[in-house]
Design a protein around this ligand. Structure first.
Ligand SMILES: [Zn+2]
Length: 179
């Protein structure tokens, strides 16, 4: 197998500067500029939990937001919390965490569940994201991914679960991914 070697433990300087550029040299949460305060790289999934130093797993934050970020529930914790919640809820059944769906491409949405409604039962494909993970720039990508998942399950409703309140900008992009 010739899989690309994972990037070593720490993010390289080149990756850091690429990510800074992607973020216009601003903190992804509060927007403070790198000129005002040196920005940090933070990991969505920590290295200690199997995360890697890939652009998808990294975010640019100022030191203040970094402290907040580290206190937030991680996506995996939020996903597990939601799975437990839905499993205990009488209106939901067949709750699965990270099931593999799709035949040709293997896709793994965070949660698959069925919800009984007055008329019938609907299937939900749920993607869990921390609010930071759907900064305005990546909100379109999140919406696109959800649509792809839902397309693999006939009639499934795509659901984005966020353990926070979205900013106006994030909401606009999620509700209308075309913008
Ligand atoms: Zn900040």
């Amino acid at each position: 197998m010739s899989e690309p070697r994972p990037i070593r433990r720490s993010a390289t300087a080149a990756l850091r500067s690429a990510l800074l550029q992607r973020n216009d040299f601003r903190c992804a949460v509060c927007g403070v500029s790198n000129d005002e305060v040196p920005l940090d790289l933070a990991y969505f999934q920590p290295l200690s939990q199997g995360g890697d130093a890939s652009p998808e797993n990294l975010i640019i934050l100022c030191p203040n937001c970094h402290v907040d970020f580290d206190r937030r529930p991680r996506e995996i914790e939020f996903t597990t919390f939601l799975v437990n919640l839905l499993t205990a809820h009488p209106a939901f059944r067949s709750v699965e965490q990270e099931p593999v769906i799709g035949s040709r491409e293997r896709l793994r949405p965070d949660i698959l569940a069925a919800r009984r409604t007055a008329k019938a039962e609907e299937r939900l494909v749920i993607e869990c994201k921390t609010a930071v993970a759907i900064g305005t720039k990546s909100a379109g990508a999140v919406a696109h991914q959800l649509t792809r998942y839902a397309a693999h399950i006939h009639g499934a409703r795509p659901v984005l679960a966020v353990p926070a309140t979205l900013s106006e900008g994030q909401r606009a992009v999620i509700i209308d991914p075309a913008t």
